[in-house]
Structure formats: C-alpha cells, structure tokens
Design a protein around this ligand. Structure first.
Ligand SMILES: [Zn+2]
Length: 275
C-alpha cells in the first residue's frame, strides 16, 4: 500500500507545487491566491489548462510564454519538483503507520498525521522560497500552517491513542516560541518575529511526534544554520550580501528531527552512558 500512497502523493505534490508558485508570488504582495487566474507577467495572457501542467508545460513550451515568448523562470518547475519529491518522502515515512494501524480510529488518526506533515512539506517549500527571496515569513501562511496543525494533529493523536503527545506538542509550540522570542530580544538583528512565530509552529509539529524529535529538531536548526552561515561567509565577499534568512534552516532542522530524531537522541544518550 505504501508505494501506491507515495505515487499518489507525488502526483498531488506536483499540482500543489504549481499552486505554491502562485502563493510564493502573490502572498507577500498581499494579492488573492484564487483570483485572478494565473497570467503571463509579460503579456498578461491567461495561462490555460494545457500550459499549466506541472514541469511538462514548461519543457513543452521551451521555457517561454506561448504568446509573447518571454522566458519563464526555472523557479516554477523547480518548486513543483521539490514539492512532488517532498510529498513522496513524507508519504514513504508516514504511510507505513497507516498500514500498521489496528482499528478504524487508529487508521484515521495515522492518515490525519500524514496530511498534517504534507501541509508542513508545502509550508517548507513556500516559506523557504519567500524567505530566501524577501527575508519574510508571511503571517497568512504561518496562520494557515498552525491552524492545519491543530485541526489535524489533535484528533490524530487522540484517535491514535497518543494523548500524552498533546503535552509535548503544547510544550514544543510554547517552549520554542519563548526560546526564539528570547533570542530575538537579545539579538534583534539576527532573528525576526517571523522566525519566532515559525519556531512555535515547528515546535507544535515536532512535539506531536515526541520529545526526541522536538529536541533534535530545534537543535539541528542551529547546527544547519551555523554551517550555512559559514559557507555564506566564505563565498560572499561583501558584508551586505551576508545577511541570510534563518527560516529555511529552521525547516531543515525540523525535518532532521522528524526523520531522525528518535535515532539521533537514542545514539546521543547511549554515547553519554544514559541509554
Ligand atoms: Zn506572455
């Protein structure tokens, strides 16, 4: 069943990626994501269904608008491919729990958990793209992700018989938010309020999986951020270019916590003689 779910998730991810391209362009500009329909920024021609197939249309049209031949950025198919791959990986990771669940309630719970982390995957692609481009994490997307997290994860944990994880989810959300808020107050230039709010959102999702995922996810963000910061220092000469967004590294750390948190925490505890 898992390969079937992963294939379906991949195809869905390509389409969601197509929608995320709209989100990435319009949300920071305070435009509606549903109206008007997509149009070429060069000639404003409406983009029809046959020209809106993820990745394939971009290749078929020779990377240009059908009407005015304006080049279309490679960012569009890249966002679609990233989202498709992310959805496949999330499905491969969370679908086995659906197959192993015993009883209808547990199956529904495990399915809701999969949906929650697909939402987080979509948020990872869209918010990272916006943060890289504009160094912002728009409230509209953060609000959507936190509401989806509560609506999907609370029933998922209750139906799955893991009410105790509600505590780590709550501690994760409030604790990460408070920790980043303290960092932002100490060093306002290093950390923005967008990062503080994102920390609360990621803490909720990580805590819903457990304490190990929460601890590793939060700490890995700083490790990844430090490595990325060092690379930027080496490759960029001017100081003005050296300011880097922190959101993408928070997401990278969170996914390390989600996928490897349990194993990393167990390995660490064994290494210090507590495991
Ligand atoms: Zn055009």
């Amino acid at each position: 069943m898992t390969p079937l779910i992963a294939t379906f998730a991949g195809v869905t991810g390509l389409s969601i990626g197509s929608f995320l391209n709209v989100v990435i362009y319009r949300v920071p500009r305070a435009l509606s994501v549903v109206h008007p329909p997509s149009a070429c920024p060069g000639c404003e021609m409406h983009i029809g269904a046959r020209d809106n197939v993820p990745v394939l249309s971009w290749l078929a049209l020779g990377r240009r608008c059908r009407e005015c031949r304006m080049p279309i950025s490679a960012r569009y198919p890249l966002v679609e491919v990233f989202t498709g791959v992310a959805f496949v990986l999330v499905a491969l990771f969370f679908a086995p729990a659906i197959a192993e669940a015993r009883g209808a309630a547990a199956v529904v719970g495990a399915t809701l958990e999969l949906f929650a982390f697909l939402v987080l995957a979509g948020a990872t692609v869209s918010l990272s793209a916006i943060d890289f481009e504009l160094r912002r994490l728009p409230n509209r997307i953060l609000a959507f992700v936190v509401i989806a997290g509560v609506v999907l994860l609370v029933p998922a944990l209750l139906l799955g018989g893991h009410a105790e994880l509600l505590i780590s989810a709550l501690v994760g959300a409030l604790g990460s938010f408070a920790f980043y808020l303290a960092l932002a107050l100490i060093s306002p230039r290093g950390m923005g309020m967008g990062d503080v709010k994102l920390a609360g959102v990621l803490g909720l999702y990580l805590g819903a999986l457990g304490w190990a995922q929460l601890a590793v996810g939060v700490m890995a963000a700083f490790a990844v951020g430090a490595i990325a910061g060092a690379i930027v220092l080496i490759i960029r000469r001017s100081v003005a270019d050296r300011r880097v967004p922190f959101g993408p590294w928070m997401f990278a750390g969170a996914w390390i916590g989600i996928a490897g948190g349990e194993a990393i925490a167990a390995g660490y505890l064994a290494a210090v003689g507590l495991g």
